[in-house]
Design a binder for this molecule. Structure first.
Ligand SMILES: CC(C)(COP(=O)(O)OP(=O)(O)OC[C@H]1O[C@@H](n2cnc3c(N)ncnc32)[C@H](O)[C@@H]1OP(=O)(O)O)[C@@H](O)C(=O)NCCC(=O)NCCS
Length: 212
């Protein structure tokens, strides 16, 4: 079987971890050939997690062969900005799922979404495009997560939770059932969210409140 070429956008800490994720997918089933990283702030030729930085994001618009590109950027607004810069029909965005995660029944995943190790998604779940679900997170039944959102490690999202696009949920946060979180909202690490959160608002703490 021929390997599929993949590039990682973002040569920071998350980019390194996505390189590990791809390596671990390959250990389970040889699938990907990592061509290297693209990053606007990192020097070309630098070696990150054994792969080279090949250029800035705009260089991806010159690629003349089929290339899968995964966006390894945590901040939702930077992530959506970077995606909008890539306009090349040769580029597609794969879905990456770590073999040690479980995807239950009727789970829809959008292009470019990443499920890292130890995550569990149960049933009737809708995940948008370029969503990150990071280490050891759980997503309950009937939950919806909008495009570009980033769910940091150890987050628990309960049943019927509705999360709009570009939401950041910090490490270790828990979202109680039926909560709605508006677009661009940020949930602080360690928070317990007991009430719905409006768009563009930051909440934190137990129970989560807007920081005065
Ligand atoms: C909530 C968050 C987005 C706010 O970021 P910010 O706007 O830059 O806020 P600041 O760091 O300036 O902190 C503002 C205040 O909130 C407090 N604060 C920040 N995060 C907090 C949290 N998660 N819980 C409780 N208080 C918090 C700070 O101590 C500070 O308090 P002070 O004004 O009394 O000194 C951020 O702190 C956070 O939790 N991000 C998630 C990080 C994460 O999960 N990273 C995972 C990497 S894998």
């Amino acid at each position: 079987m021929s390997l599929k070429n993949i590039a990682i956008v973002g040569a920071g800490g998350l980019g390194k971890e996505i390189a590990v994720l791809i390596h671990q997918i390959n250990q389970q089933e040889l699938t990907w050939n990592v061509v290297g990283f693209y990053d606007d702030t990192c020097s070309v030729g630098r070696r990150i997690a054994t792969h080279l930085v090949l250029g800035k994001v705009a260089e991806l618009n010159k690629v003349d062969y089929p290339l899968d590109v995964i966006i390894a950027i945590g901040d939702p607004s930077t992530k959506s900005e970077v995606v909008s810069k890539i306009k090349n029909q040769n580029v597609t965005h794969p879905i990456l799922i770590h073999p040690a995660s479980t995807i239950g029944m009727a789970v829809q995943l959008g292009a470019g979404s990443i499920i890292t190790a130890g995550c569990h998604l149960t049933v009737d779940i809708e995940i948008g495009e370029h969503v990150l679900i990071n280490l050891n997170s759980t997503i309950g039944h009937d939950a919806r997560i909008g495009s570009y959102s980033s769910i940091m490690p150890g987050v628990h999202i309960s049943g019927f939770v509705q999360i709009e696009k570009s939401v950041l949920i910090g490490t270790g946060a828990s979202i109680l059932q039926h909560i709605q979180i508006g677009a661009g909202a940020r949930i602080g690490a360690g928070s317990i969210v007991t009430k719905s959160v409006a768009a563009q608002i930051t909440v934190m703490g137990v129970p989560a409140r807007v920081k005065e």
